[in-house]
Design a protein. Structure first.
Length: 262
């Protein structure tokens, strides 16, 4: 049994940059889709983000999504049921695949090269996000995060790499996922952002099992990068994962119900 390591802080890292890495090659040859950058109702940083593909109930299979110039690669709106399988998503600035209060399966897919050009300390650039949260304008004119509905599905057998901030994230009350048998690889030692490989947080729940998580390492002292981060989760089971070269393998700042055996 692996021992839990204490979490110090997972906060903003200092600004910086790194040479932009090449996009990961497709896991499977498929139909190429160039990003059109369609506006979505998903709001971050005071604006509505754009997506190269708006997901529907029609399965996305063996498709190569070039999201260069868009904020999101594939966006699933609330209540949508969909799937992404044997595909490649690359080039988006904020998120590779977003399940926003829908039910979506992401399987056997490569999600890579998600972040700014070049990568920097901005706290976005996440490969796969399952969330019930959205940013809205409050009555006082400031931005607030609200969680509505539910988000669920399976995230399995994927290759996730070259992300700026996070690999796979389940966040928000009502958000849940089975995160199984994925390979999640960060940038290695960097001094400009504290990366996390897999994260379940802020009321989200999940089963995190049989994943390989590697190379999440923030070099400045005082803040740690985590292979797997549990932060104010409503429930998480973390079992039989393998870690390589992460600064801290498992950070547990509130897992809620469930077992953590890594």
């Amino acid at each position: 049994m692996r021992h839990l390591l204490p979490l110090t802080l997972v906060l903003l890292a200092c600004d910086g940059s790194v040479t932009d890495p090449p996009a990961k090659q497709s896991m499977d040859v498929g139909v190429a889709v160039a990003g059109v950058c369609t506006p979505t109702p998903f709001r971050r940083d005071g604006r509505f983000l754009t997506a190269a593909v708006i997901g529907t109930a029609v399965p996305i299979t063996r498709t190569v999504v070039d999201a260069t110039g868009c904020d999101i690669g594939i966006y699933y709106p609330p209540t949508t049921t969909g799937s992404v399988d044997q595909s490649t998503v690359a080039g988006a600035a904020y998120f590779g695949v977003v399940n926003h209060s829908g039910h979506v399966d992401v399987t056997r897919t490569s999600v890579s090269n998600i972040g700014e050009r070049p990568f920097n300390g901005a706290q976005h650039g996440n490969a796969i996000l399952y969330t019930t949260e959205n940013q809205v304008l409050g009555t006082d004119g400031t931005d607030v995060i609200v969680a509505t509905g539910s988000a669920g599905g399976t995230i399995s057998g994927n290759s996730v790499s070259l992300y700026q901030k996070g690999g796979i994230i389940v966040r928000g009350a009502g958000a849940s996922a089975d995160i199984l048998d994925n390979q999640v690889r960060g940038l290695g030692p960097v001094d400009f952002i504290a990366q996390n490989g897999i994260q379940v947080s802020t009321g989200g729940t999940g089963v995190v099992r049989d994943n390989v998580v590697a190379d999440n390492n923030y070099t400045p002292a005082g803040t740690t990068s985590c292979g797997i981060l549990l932060f104010q989760a409503a429930g998480a089971k973390v079992q039989q994962n393998t870690y390589f070269n992460d600064e801290t393998n498992l950070c547990n700042a509130g897992k809620g119900g469930g077992d953590v055996s890594d």
